[in-house]
Design a protein around this ligand. Sequence first.
Ligand SMILES: Cc1cc2nc3c(=O)[nH]c(=O)nc-3n(C[C@H](O)[C@H](O)[C@H](O)COP(=O)(O)O)c2cc1C
Length: 270
Amino acid sequence: MSLAGRELILGVTGSIAAYKAVYLLRELTRLGAGVTVCLTEHARAFVGPLTFRTLSGRPVLTDLFDPQSPDAVEHVALAERAHAVVVAPATANLLAKAAHGIADDFLTTLLLAARGPVVIAPAMDGGMWEHPAVRANVATLRARGVTVLEPDAGALASGLSGRGRFPDVDAIVEALERALAPARDLAGDRVLVTAGPTREHLDPVPLGRDLLLLRDLGVDRLHHLRRRLEVAQEERGDGGDPERAAAGPRPRHQRGVHLGFHHGRDPVAF
Ligand SMILES: Cc1cc2nc3c(=O)[nH]c(=O)nc-3n(C[C@H](O)[C@H](O)[C@H](O)COP(=O)(O)O)c2cc1C
């Protein structure tokens, strides 16, 4: 699901990773989305609104009671216009407030007014992420249908190492695309995808032609399969070029993409 023409709200909270939201904003606008940025008061201590205003081309919102706002109830008007809300980075504090329906600033009030998909990308110290209170809040949000991404593992701002790093921008964009995809994206298709270690053809059709067939069938436009194809193509090292893939060696024990037909014309890629 393309983000082009989509109206998004990017919420940014008071994490040391707040500057990474700038890269996310750039990517969202590059993909053609219209983005309105909401900063919490504490986020403003980390990154100034001018950067976000310049890159989004829109006013940045923080104050629930802003007398300059064009809409009397701006948080509701904005929430109704938005196709989706993404909070990145999200603090432990934001997770707690969202899980419990607390609405004490612009962003948390807007989250209650939002009716579209919500994607949350947490970033915090590893110990905080593992705290039972945070785990419970994440579980509550997920049970409610909110997409809460797993933070990445690695070196943290505290100097410690653990899971708590701001997720990759591509992973956040992918989660947004998935959240916005129509629920019946694969309606009528029976598609099996695996990343099995061997590369054996179900039938004598060469791999290059398999990939062309996948494209002809439009499978590479289906979000989940497209990403799997990209990964497999990268791992195979043929740059996704079907001609090279067909001409190249075919080691038996290597990840790859295969196409077979299962009950007629339904594609099976593995
Ligand atoms: C230097 C510094 C870095 C911080 N980084 C984080 C962080 O990455 N994640 C987090 O959950 N809280 C972090 N905090 C704590 C939050 O800023 C604090 O909980 C704040 O109340 C969050 O407010 P907000 O959720 O309204 O933005 C940090 C605080 C400081 C002083």
